[in-house]
Ligand binder design. Sequence first.
Ligand SMILES: C[S@@+](CC[C@H](N)C(=O)[O-])C[C@H]1O[C@@H](n2cnc3c(N)ncnc32)[C@H](O)[C@@H]1O
Length: 213
Amino acid sequence: MAEAIDFTAQPRRGRFEAWLLDATAKGSNAQHGRRKQEVIGAMEGTLVEIGPGAGANMPYYRDGVHVIGIEPNPAMHERLRSHAEANGVDLEIRMLRGEHLDVDDASVDGVVGTLVLCGVTDQRQVLREIRRVLRPGGTYFFIEHVGARPGSTMRRIQKVLNRPHRWLLNGCEVHRDTAAVIESAGFAAVELEHTVMKPGLYLPDFIIGTATR
Ligand SMILES: C[S@@+](CC[C@H](N)C(=O)[O-])C[C@H]1O[C@@H](n2cnc3c(N)ncnc32)[C@H](O)[C@@H]1O
C-alpha cells in the first residue's frame, strides 16, 4: 500500500497539479472523449466521481444527473466547481478519499474514475468502496494509465522516473498494474481495453473500460 498524501501540506504543489490538469484536459479529452461521451454520457441518476480533479469530465455528464465528487485535494475545488457550473452539472464536492466513501450501500447508479487509481493509497479498498456503493447492475467507468510491460525498456524508465513523478504530482505512480486489481475486485463483469499511445512519453499505456456490479 502506498503512503497517504496530506493534500493540505503542499498547497503550492496542489495548485500546480490543478493548473496542469486543466491545461492538459483538452488533449486528454481529445484522446478519450469519444468513450467518455459514450459511457459517462449514458449514465443517469445519482453518480459518484472519484478524484474529479479540476473537472475534465464535467462536459460529459448529461442534464439531470446528480454528481457526488470525492476530491480530497482542496486545491482542485475552485476549478472543479467552475467547470461544473460552466457545463450545468449538479455537483456536490465531498472532501473525502475514495478509500472511505460517505455514501450508502447500493445507492448510486454509476461511478466514474479517470486517472485516479494511479494515486490512491489503497487501490483494492477504493474498488471495494466503488462496488459497495453501486446498485446491482450499476456501472463503474475507468480510464487509467498503467505500467508498461514488465521487462520492457519503458518499464525500466518508469522505475527511475516514478519517485520524482510521485513527488511532483501528489502521489501519482507511473507503473501500477491496475488492470489485474480491477479484474480481481469482484465485479460481475469487467470489459477492459489496453491501448498504447505513440508517442506517449513515459506514460504510453492506458486501460479503459467498464465494470458492472
Ligand atoms: C491525476 S488527477 C485526475 C483528475 C481527473 N479525474 C482527470 O481525469 O483529469 C487524480 C485526482 O485524484 C485525486 N485523488 C488522489 N488520491 C485520492 C483518493 N484517495 N481518493 C479520491 N481522489 C484522490 C487527486 O486529488 C486528483 O484530483
